[in-house]
Design a protein around this ligand. Structure first.
Ligand code: BGC
Length: 348
């Protein structure tokens, strides 16, 4: 395996390039502790990029800083940017109507993370660290966040999250990677096959906030837990209020049995033969199908189409703090937050 680095634009960001012995390449940058490209070799010897991203820090800032980024402090929307801790009402900075999305404005995705390259026994690691100061966007506590990207010869990209705080706070990070396994960013992901080991999804409202209802997927366009062959596009034109509301999917799926040993989700493109298997210890995965319309974004010389990518954002359920039964995202000063997600790439 080998690792190299180069400048990523003119603002001081760095791009790290890890290549494994099978010719798979992971490119990540310290700007947002972010995945930029994932290159998979095909039978014809060509490399296909399966992750949506831009060519420099400036392009991310100009077009969209969430692509591929580490998201925090709290992934998804916090209703009205509010949370009541004891008898104290906390107010976070809103950046999505009245709500706080992905930790509020200029969060993790716009920070330059300290980065260390570690050559471990079977993998190369990029160790990203960032201190989010007490009061950032209204969040309490100095939060020391660490995110490790590891890449190995089993073609696995593993993300290890760890964090500590000096005051009681909220923490629910994720990674905002968008996949398009065709290797052609102008194609939609409608024909990708998707499996998700989930029997329930979180119903959302007009503001894309969870209502609190966890609805069985059975008989709905959210049924991706059958063995094989469910197309991502099954919900795009469905006569179903939840998918019509957002023009695709932008929904949390509750994982039935989160584990790093058991398959949690799989995305596959039969045409390219490329697949991604997901393993995680997070209780949920948010699936967002890039419901942005045609012609909004340009990357690597291509124009991204409506439904041109799909995210698998592993996390606790969005707005967990405001709903019974959604799990706890409270981090106390004497605790260490830990979480792991693995994306295993393959090309048959
Ligand atoms: C959210 C979408 C949002 C997108 C922004 C996703 O995690 O669920 O509603 O538009 O992030 O990039």
């Amino acid at each position: 395996m080998k690792v190299s680095k180069r400048k990523f634009g003119e603002e001081g960001a760095t791009l790290f390039i890890i290549e494994n012995d099978n010719g798979y390449v992971l490119e990540a940058t310290d700007f947002g502790a972010r995945i930029v490209r994932l290159l998979v070799p095909t039978k014809s010897g060509e490399l296909k990029n399966i992750s949506l991203g831009f060519e420099s820090e400036e392009e991310y800032r100009r077009q969209d800083t969430y692509f591929g980024a580490t998201i925090g402090r709290v992934a998804g929307r916090l209703a009205k940017g509010q949370f009541k801790m004891g008898d104290q009402q906390q107010q976070f900075v809103a950046n999505d109507g009245n709500n706080t999305l992905h930790g509020g404005p200029a969060s993790f995705e716009e920070q330059r993370w300290e980065t260390e390259i570690v050559q471990a026994e079977n993998e190369i690691q990029l160790v990203f660290t960032h201190r989010s100061p007490d009061g950032t966007n209204g969040f309490a506590g100095n939060l020391d966040a660490q995110v490790i990207y590891a890449f190995n010869n089993q073609n696995e990209w593993r993300i290890d999250y760890q964090a500590e705080t000096d005051k009681t706070t909220l923490y629910n990070p994720t990674n905002h990677v968008y996949f398009n396994l065709s290797g052609d960013l102008s194609q939609t992901v409608a024909d990708h096959e998707l499996f998700v080991n989930s029997e329930k999804f979180a119903v959302i409202d007009e503001e894309s906030l969870p209502t609190g209802e966890l609805r069985p997927v059975e008989g709905t366009p959210f049924e991706f837990n059958l063995t094989e062959g469910n197309k991502v596009g099954q919900g795009f034109a469905a006569e179903y209020h939840q998918t019509q509301l957002v023009g695709g999917y932008d929904h949390p799926f509750v994982l039935k049995e989160p584990s790093l040993e058991k398959l949690q989700a799989e995305l596959k493109d039969q045409t390219s033969g490329i697949s991604v298997k997901l393993y995680t210890d997070s209780p949920a995965v948010v699936i967002y199908t890039t419901n942005i319309g045609d012609g909004q974004l340009d990357m690597f010389g291509q124009t991204v189409s409506q439904h041109g990518g799909i995210t698998l954002e592993t996390q606790y359920l969005p707005d967990a703090i405001n709903h019974q039964g959604f799990g706890s995202i409270i981090l106390e000063p004497n605790q260490t937050f830990k979480g792991t997600t693995i994306f295993k790439l393959a090309n048959d």
